[in-house]
Write a protein that binds this ligand. Structure first.
Ligand SMILES: Nc1ncnc2c1ncn2[C@@H]1O[C@H](COP(=O)(O)OP(=O)(O)OP(=O)(O)O)[C@@H](O)[C@H]1O
Ligand SMILES: [Mg+2]
Length: 340
């Protein structure tokens, strides 16, 4: 649908036809004996005038047709004046009825055109915003690749260069270095995946229990805090939609990372269970605790956690106070698919 506002130029063809028709009807009327009613054809003039897209022109033409209807009475021949006057009153009613209908039609068409214009504007604004978001993501991807990824490569190379002395160092230190190199490789892989954009993995999503077990194992780098996973039986066969699995993994990773970095805990326990279509994930530690209301200002981790839970339509609660350890509880709707 073309929602361009019609110009005066667009009015000209219809106006010429309407005026030509008006003159034709007038000549016909003047040549027809009184008592006959060819002036009713002026209604056609008004119908044609709709395509001038100009309500003022329609009104002017209605007045012109009124004047010509009256003038026709003088020019037409014959003697049936009463019948002629009656016919012309009926014709004038028809002319004005047509004019009013034409004006109403034009007004609703104008409104439609305006609605369409607004819609087109909205669509173009949204498209521009989308393009901007895509461009920003591409820029971010480039920066991540050229900056952070290169720093991680360099850190990995430095660690690799340290390998010969590692053979002489205690096995637990060598193990830690190997583990750190593995983590670095994982971080680089994640970054590359992010830069490449979302893709569905070839074998489908791994079950949430398996993914969480891998995560907890990967994050358990030292004895303090010792991380463990308590998974409800059967959950290791449950697959969630990709976006939900990603949210859950990021939340648990952040909670464990906070536990390792801030809590001075000896234990960090992740408990996962599903009940009545709700997935419940709890991360407990026996560390120094903190005041959640104060802490939200310090970093991004807790805020991201809360945004992810909100996006899944779930509930996040953090129970912690200084000296009392920390309990993070996430409850999210779980429209899971159970694999045999
Ligand atoms: N398990 C925990 N035990 C003790 N303190 C915690 C724990 N989790 C979070 N905190 C406190 O809450 C603060 C905010 O955590 P948040 O994850 O939002 O930010 P961060 O870890 O400091 O930085 P970022 O996550 O952005 O790298 C932390 O700085 C810490 O003081
Ligand atoms: Mg954090």
């Amino acid at each position: 649908m073309n929602s361009r506002t019609p110009s005066t130029r667009d009015s000209l063809p219809a106006l010429s036809i309407a005026l030509g028709l008006a003159v034709g009807v007038f000549i016909l009327d003047a040549m027809t004996p009184l008592g006959m009613a060819p002036q009713m054809l002026y209604a056609v003039v008004l119908l044609v005038s709709v395509w001038t897209y100009n309500r003022r022109i329609v009104k002017l033409l209605a007045w012109l047709c009124t004047a010509l209807t009256a003038a026709g009475l003088i020019f037409a021949s014959g003697t049936q004046y009463e019948t002629a006057i009656f016919n012309r009153v009926v014709s004038l009613s028809l002319i004005w009825l047509t004019a009013v209908l034409a004006l109403l039609y034009m007004r609703s068409e104008e409104r439609l055109r305006q609605v369409n214009l607004n819609l087109e504007q909205l669509v173009s604004e949204r498209t521009a915003a989308l393009i901007q978001a895509v461009e920003q993501r591409e820029r971010l991807g480039r920066d991540l690749h050229d900056d952070i990824l290169q720093l991680l490569y360099a850190a990995g190379l430095n660690l690799k260069a340290a390998v010969p002395p590692v053979t002489r160092c205690p096995p637990d230190v060598a193990g830690q270095i190997r583990h750190t190199m593995g983590e670095l490789e994982l971080a680089m892989q994640r970054l590359r995946e992010y830069i490449a954009g979302p893709r569905i993995p070839a074998g489908g999503e791994p079950p949430v229990g398996v993914a969480l077990a891998n995560l907890v194992q990967n994050m358990a780098v030292s004895d303090r805090p010792r991380f463990s996973l308590n998974l409800q039986p059967g959950l290791s066969a449950v697959s969630l939609p990709r976006a939900q699995t990603e949210h859950v993994m990021h939340i648990v990773r952040e909670a464990l990372s906070n536990c390792a970095r801030h809590s001075r805990a000896t234990q960090g326990l992740v408990t996962v269970q599903r009940d009545n279509g709700v997935l419940q994930i709890e991360i407990n530690d026996d560390g120094i605790g903190f005041d959640p209301d104060d802490a939200r200002r310090d970093g991004h981790g807790l805020a991201n956690m809360s945004a992810r839970v909100e996006e899944m339509g779930g509930i996040l609660s953090i129970a912690s106070s200084p000296g009392q350890g920390t309990r993070i509880m996430v409850r999210v709707p779980c429209a899971e698919e159970v694999r045999p």
